[in-house]
Design a protein around this ligand. Structure first.
Ligand SMILES: *Cc1c(COP(=O)(O)O)cnc(C)c1O
Length: 226
């Protein structure tokens, strides 16, 4: 059972407050860390509830899942978080405003072409791999060159995204992501999920991606995929 809209609103309000507290405690400006609602496996009503609660950024991992669910929503920014398959580039560029998961040249080139063909200016982040358990992500050392190449192709490369490790040296992983962000440039370091967002904010995250913390636990089948 998805959470009722008023519980989503309650959770968003509490999270907004806590994110601001940690941001200020880290010496940064209140409001400078955005909350992205990760809506995978959630029904459209949950997405609407998150937007009604004042969030403006939403994200999905699969193009297919965003179909219908993301059509005709109130104004918001739609982020693609999943692995970019080149044969889906056109659909991704048509449906999303920001692609956070560009981790290799062929995916970026396919998105750049799709955006050009559609006459859209697409914002992207370079996904860097900072965890041995993660399958995807560019090597952090390769991120600046990849970003430069994609900018030359007309993509608006606005920073870095990374998925932190579940165990091991999380601080070192987050520092690696932050360092890659500083070298890539842009305004967005997308770092931190429900289990590790506080630490990510302390390491300079400007956007935390929250699913479970906003909507409650996902069905077990999907959790094992993600
Ligand atoms: C699922 C997912 C999240 C959100 O995970 P939670 O732990 O539920 O907050 C964030 N980022 C990416 C890339 C994801 O796939």
């Amino acid at each position: 059972m998805p959470l009722a809209a008023d519980s989503v609103a309650q959770r968003v309000a509490t999270l907004r407050e806590r994110v601001d507290e940690v941001t200020v405690a880290s010496g940064r400006k209140r409001g400078s860390v955005a909350i992205l609602a990760v809506t995978k496996t959630q029904p459209r009503e949950a997405v609407v509830a998150a937007l009604d609660a004042g969030l403006t950024d939403i994200g999905e991992n699969y193009v297919q899942e965003a179909r219908d669910k993301y059509d005709g929503l109130p104004p918001c920014t739609k982020h693609f978080l999943g692995h970019v398959q080149t044969n889906k580039a056109k659909a991704i560029a048509a449906r999303f405003d920001v692609v956070q998961s560009v981790d290799r040249l062929d995916a970026g080139l396919a998105l750049a072409k799709a955006a050009r063909d559609a006459g859209r200016r697409l914002r992207v982040l370079v996904q860097v791999n900072v965890s041995p358990a993660e399958r995807f992500g560019a090597a952090p050392a390769d991120a600046p060159a990849l970003a430069a190449r994609l900018r030359a192709e007309g993509l608006h490369v606005d920073g870095v995204m990374a998925i932190g490790p579940l165990q091991g040296d999380v601080d070192a992983a987050f520092e690696t992501a932050r360092d890659a962000f500083e070298r890539v440039g842009g305004t967005t370091l997308s770092l931190g999920m429900s289990g590790d967002w506080e630490r990510a904010v302390r390491h300079g995250s400007t956007m935390v991606r929250l699913g479970t913390a906003i909507f409650g636990a996902r069905p077990a089948r999907e959790r094992s995929l993600a």
